[in-house]
Design a binder for this molecule. Structure first.
Ligand SMILES: *Cc1c(COP(=O)(O)O)cnc(C)c1O
Length: 398
């Protein structure tokens, strides 16, 4: 690279990544093949529209790239082409979620998602997000007793608020979601069910987390499924929207919102990199990886609990967990904890815990994830050691 300033920064970032223990729950490390696709000439091509119906010429190759990505996405989650449609053009998770609401929820109608401080995402209708400004929103919380979703109160809340869409799927929730219960609640409230599997898509693909697509009594659990491709799915930064193909025409509405409604030219280099990642995720090696991710998170969680730290929700069934580092004043604030850990070479992010008594900028906890370090080959024993280092670093301040 001739640009010495940028080259130096890339080299420095590569070294930083190598040096640290990365427990950021939303990150991962992609393969050389994914990087190669991202850095390819496909970035030069314009191709507004969809395969076979573009507004540009010279698109025969990118048509194939996009079709390949679509087919691999459907195959990976074992979806029938007749029953499910897929859009691989969203630029990232947030615009993908925005697109779904814009396509399916009239402005001023209601979105129901989980409260941010309890584990939801900004784009699930938080007031500071455009999704909580263009639409009304009603945000559900977890139960005070066990910090998990209480489906009975969720049902009551949904019947009272009558949202047009209910969102299941979170950025900081460590347990398996009961999609069937969500489906029943959505049906009772007359709402669509959207599953945002951004965080756990790789676990679904690796068969260590239930699929939101599976059908029960002929009825699919979710109407729409969105996912980022760069978290447990271990691909480039991008997103995918799956939608049920039926007389409601959800898929057609979503395709139309993506282009011409919201975006212009697809990023074909990224779409190619997504296709590469989806192929990798479909291998037995990835399935082993996904199982190890869950085992590692559990080892980390169990050891931290054994050392006296309070694990939010009482543990984890996924790749992530939240630790209540503050422990009602007996411990250390989340921000300070994350700073101290970074100084010790362990990267985590501070995170609110349900019913947090501290401010979002300096919350009571931290969020930890096992996906990136599992990509680097770490096993349970390594995660137990990481837990002990975390304890040592944070205990000094207790
Ligand atoms: C990460 C995430 C998003 C947003 O993805 P970006 O690519 O950062 O815009 C949306 N929903 C959930 C649940 C997420 O975890």
């Amino acid at each position: 690279m001739k640009d010495i300033q940028i080259k130096k920064l890339i080299d420095t970032e590569r070294k930083r990544q190598k040096k640290v223990i990365n427990l950021v729950a939303s990150e991962n490390y992609v393969s050389r093949d994914v990087l190669e696709a991202l850095g390819s000439e496909l970035t030069d091509k314009y191709g507004e529209g969809y395969p076979g119906r573009r507004y540009y010429r010279g698109t025969s190759v990118v048509d194939e790239v996009e079709r390949l990505a679509q087919n691999r996405a459907l195959e990976l989650f074992e979806l029938d082409k007749e029953a499910w449609s897929v859009n691989v053009q969203p630029l990232s998770g947030s615009p993908a979620n925005f697109a779904v609401y814009a396509a399916l929820v009239p402005q001023g109608e209601k979105i129901m998602g989980m409260e941010l401080s309890h584990g939801g995402h900004l784009t699930h209708g938080q007031k500071v997000s455009i999704t909580g400004k263009f639409w009304n929103s009603a945000l559900y919380t977890v139960s005070k007793e066990n910090e998990r979703i209480d489906y009975d109160s969720l049902r009551e809340f949904a019947l009272k608020e009558k949202p047009k869409i209910i969102v299941a799927g979170f950025t900081a929730y460590a347990h398996i979601i009961d999609f069937k219960k969500f489906r029943e609640i959505a049906d009772a409230a007359g709402a669509l069910l959207m599953v945002d599997m951004s965080h756990f898509a790789g676990l679904v693909a690796g068969k260590v987390y239930p699929s939101p697509f599976s059908t029960q009594g002929g009825l699919a659990l979710a109407d729409v499924v969105t996912t980022t491709t760069h978290k447990t799915l271990r691909g480039p930064r991008s997103a995918i929207i799956f939608s049920k193909r039926d007389e409601r025409g959800l898929d057609k509405k979503i395709d139309k919102i993506i282009i011409p409604g919201l975006q212009g030219g697809p990023h074909f280099n990224t779409i190619a990199a997504v296709a590469v990642a989806l192929k990798e995720v479909g291998t037995p090696a990835f399935r082993k990886y996904a199982a190890q991710v869950v085992k590692n998170a559990k080892a980390l969680s169990d050891e931290l609990a054994r050392l006296g730290w309070r694990i939010v929700e009482g543990g984890t069934e996924t790749h992530l967990l939240r630790v209540d580092t503050w422990m009602n004043g007996k411990g250390i604030g989340g921000r300070e904890a994350a700073d101290k850990l970074e100084a010790a070479g362990i990267i985590v992010n501070e995170n609110t815990i349900p019913f947090d008594t501290r401010k979002p900028m300096d919350p009571s906890g931290i969020r930890l994830g096992s996906a990136p370090e599992t990509t680097r080959g770490k096993k349970e024993q390594d995660f137990i050691k990481i837990a002990q280092t975390i304890d040592k670093v944070l205990r000094k301040t207790r």
